[in-house]
Design a protein around this ligand. Structure first.
Ligand code: PGA
Length: 250
């Protein structure tokens, strides 16, 4: 972390909660927000976004978990980036591995969704990460490079994109890479951004680690030079745990 990049602690609530649960969680996060230096972001299920928007205070950002690439039209069940913006979101997660796996999303789909986020004035949280087979066969950095080349729109910069490195095998499993392995991948991501988009983008873009981040392991991960925050799944469903992770930022 450097002073230039304010840490971002993002909660991906996934398909969890009810209106009551979401209200209580949003209020709990809001109460603790003034005590942490990191920027806080919560990403509830889309149906709960208005509920959470009403319960959050202004110090906590709101995001969607996915968006469609189109602005509007005949796409049953989908939400556009413009709709998320209209509902009060400033961010949208795109390319989460659960979307890539469950919905067959390719790098091209993810790139189109990130472009839609930019069109709507949202910051895209673009997720990438290797499988355990990739890691076991030494392909991690190649996979990361290919995902960056395919998923990141040309017009991305430090203001409209955050990149989340989430090893697929670490999500929801309680397993994490070593801190050295995380730093190696994050340094690689920053080097790729530098080569493709220049010094300012590389110096300013925030790189999040995600995958079984908890209060117990957050301090070591968030202290790494090229880790600028976290994308938190399970531990974001308890305000105390989410805030404890945020308080671990250096
Ligand atoms: P986890 O999920 O923290 O539950 O591992 C992280 C994510 O999928 O974003």
């Amino acid at each position: 972390m450097t002073d230039a990049r304010r840490p971002l602690i993002a909660g991906n609530w996934k398909m969890n909660g009810s209106a009551t649960f979401a209200t209580e969680l949003a209020q709990g996060v809001s109460v603790g927000a003034p005590g942490v230096l990191a920027e806080l972001l919560v990403c509830p299920p889309s149906v709960l976004i208005p509920t959470v928007a009403a319960a959050l205070n202004e110090g906590v950002a709101l995001g969607g978990q996915d968006c469609h690439a189109a602005e509007s039209g005949a796409h049953t069940g989908e939400n556009s980036a413009e709709m998320l913006k209209d509902a009060g979101c400033g961010y949208v997660i795109v390319g989460h591995s659960e979307r890539r796996t469950d919905h067959g999303e390719t790098n091209e789909h993810v790139c189109a969704k990130a472009e839609a986020a930019h069109r709507a004035g949202l910051c895209a949280v673009i997720c990438i990460g290797e499988t355990d087979a990739d890691r076991d066969t030494g392909k991690t950095l190649d996979v990361i490079s290919a995902q960056l080349a395919g998923s990141v729109p040309a017009a991305s910069n430090a203001a409209n994109m955050v990149i989340a490195y989430e090893p697929v095998w670490a999500i929801g499993t309680g397993r994490t890479p070593t801190n050295d392995d995380v730093q190696e991948v994050h340094a690689h991501i920053r080097a790729v951004v530098k080569a493709s988009r220049g010094d300012a983008a590389a110096a300013g873009v925030r790189l999040l680690y995600g995958g079984s981040m908890k209060p117990e392991n957050a301090e070591g991960l968030l202290a790494l030079a090229d880790v600028d925050g976290g994308l938190i799944g399970g531990a974001s469903l308890k305000a105390a745990d989410f805030l404890a992770i945020a308080a671990s930022c250096p």
